[in-house]
Design a protein around this ligand. Structure first.
Ligand code: GUN
Length: 280
């Protein structure tokens, strides 16, 4: 059994990005990422801080816009339009979720397609669906990067994705399909989840349910990718997978923390560098 070290793979990718950023700086090209956070969701605050820290590490300048929870949709969209036209800003990211009175789709689609470093806009998601890639959503792109980094074969394999969110489940299913996997998408209304997971060569779980995937649901030698970020009964951070009991059965598994999480941020930096390279 191999534990996929996302922390290490992400650090390696950040080093490569740092070199690219330095080369651009020599040409007097500076990369900037605008990070918008609305309200005071504690988890969002941690994610935003981690994203800013990662930017600093590779030499990308980050511009934080921390807006109060009462911010209107119009005010938020006005800010985005201003950033769309700001030459110092190569990427724009709105940390989700936004407060309930704001329509997140309207906000995401206000971001210029070229600066949509989360890849969540209709335009970039549409490109993903047709295999004509624009900017890819970070977590799904990070998962594919990790699997390839480990030399794990995807073509011809049966991949079972648990979860159908716009952020992970749907886009990662499309990417795996493009990599020639046979893809089954399961969700909260799927009867007999275990029937499906037992057939899987690769399981990607992205539901946010602690220890949903147990050892009896996993075929021997399967590859397990755990996207969950949950708290267990003792308040400790854990994924969707019962790691302790599942790990001995599989060929590869991603841990939580230190698996998919760091890859998501590395791919955000990768997208930001890409937008800058495309502009220049
Ligand atoms: N909330 C949870 N995951 C993400 C993400 O990848 N990007 C943004 N912007 N918000 C999120």
């Amino acid at each position: 059994m191999n534990i996929i070290n996302g922390k290490e793979i992400a650090a390696e990718l950040r080093m490569q990005l740092k070199e690219k950023v330095e080369k651009l700086k020599e040409k007097n090209i500076h990369i900037g990422l605008a990070v918008i956070i609305v309200g005071d969701n504690p988890a969002s605050r941690i994610y935003v801080n981690n994203k800013k820290k990662a930017c600093a590490e590779v030499g990308i300048e980050s511009f934080e816009y921390a807006l109060p929870a009462e911010t209107t949709q119009e005010e938020l969209i006005n800010l985005i339009e201003k950033l769309n036209n700001d030459k110092k800003v190569n990427g724009i990211l709105v940390q989700l979720p936004v407060p309930k009175h704001i329509d997140d789709k309207a906000v995401i689609n206000a971001i210029s397609v070229k600066k949509d470093v989360d890849g969540f806009s209709h335009n970039n998601m549409g490109k993903l669906a047709t295999g004509d890639y624009g900017l890819l959503p970070c977590t799904p792109a990070g998962i594919i990067y990790m699997l390839k980094h480990e030399g794990i074969q995807i073509a011809g394999k049966h991949c079972v994705v648990i979860g159908r969110s716009n952020i992970v489940g749907k886009p990662v299913s499309l990417l795996m399909l493009d990599e020639n996997a046979t893809v089954t998408i399961c969700h909260s209304k799927t009867p007999n989840l275990k029937y499906h997971t037992l057939q899987a060569d690769i399981i990607i779980s992205a539901v946010g349910h602690a220890k949903l995937v147990t050892a009896d649901m996993v075929k021997k030698g399967a590859v397990i990718v755990d996207v969950g970020m949950n708290k267990d009964e003792n308040g400790k951070l854990c994924g969707d997978v019962d790691f302790e009991n599942v790990a001995p059965k599989c060929s590869y598994i991603t841990p939580v923390p230190g698996g998919v999480g760091p890859m998501t941020i590395a791919m955000l930096l990768n997208n930001t560098v890409k937008t800058c390279e495309q502009e220049n």
